[in-house]
Design a protein around this ligand. Sequence first.
Ligand code: ZN
Length: 225
Amino acid sequence: MRWFWFVFSLIILSPASPLKAQVIVIDTGHSLAHYGALSASGKTEFSFNQRLAKLIADNLTQAGHQVIRMGEDGKMDFLLNRVRHTDKANLFVSIHHDSIQQAWQDAGRQHEFSGYAVFVSTENPYYHDSLRCALAIGQALQAAGKLPSLYHATAIPGENRPLLDAQYGIHRYDNLAVLKKAQSPAILIEAGVIVNPIEERQLLKPQQVKLLAKTITNAIHNCLS
Ligand SMILES: [Zn+2]
């Protein structure tokens, strides 16, 4: 019996006790056939999403978490398949890169829009946990020198996504299908605006992608700990 308590106390009191591994779904937004936005230089949003999602997934795996990857091969064209494993997940994170309204593009306003945005749905069954992790990601991105784009809150058709937190760029998007249907806390991240040529150049730099991935990974890790 003493042995039991000795081993028990070693496990419980050890300062270097191993982290609690979480199950995290990392979703690569869009697909090869339906590639999302086109960047200023004509690259597909999917290619940006694929690069960043892979690094985040690799980082989380290295940190000891169980990562379920969705859409990484570009062949997932049925949207709700992306959330099919969320019943056993602690968090669903969908990775995207942003465009702007066609009218703003036509008016040559691409340079006016930059930065990240994070979305959650109040219709997700774990809305409060979703918001908590979204805030952790927004805070971490700002600490890494990134700024929120905020234009999705503009009160016009096609935008109108109210800010839940203006400082950290967290928006409410109730009907976003993957966020609403996920059976775990769920977040969608627009990592940057690829129709802005200056921001696109940044988002193509391997060091910048690494920084984004590391920042998002640490925030996920911390909000689930
Ligand atoms: Zn997208």
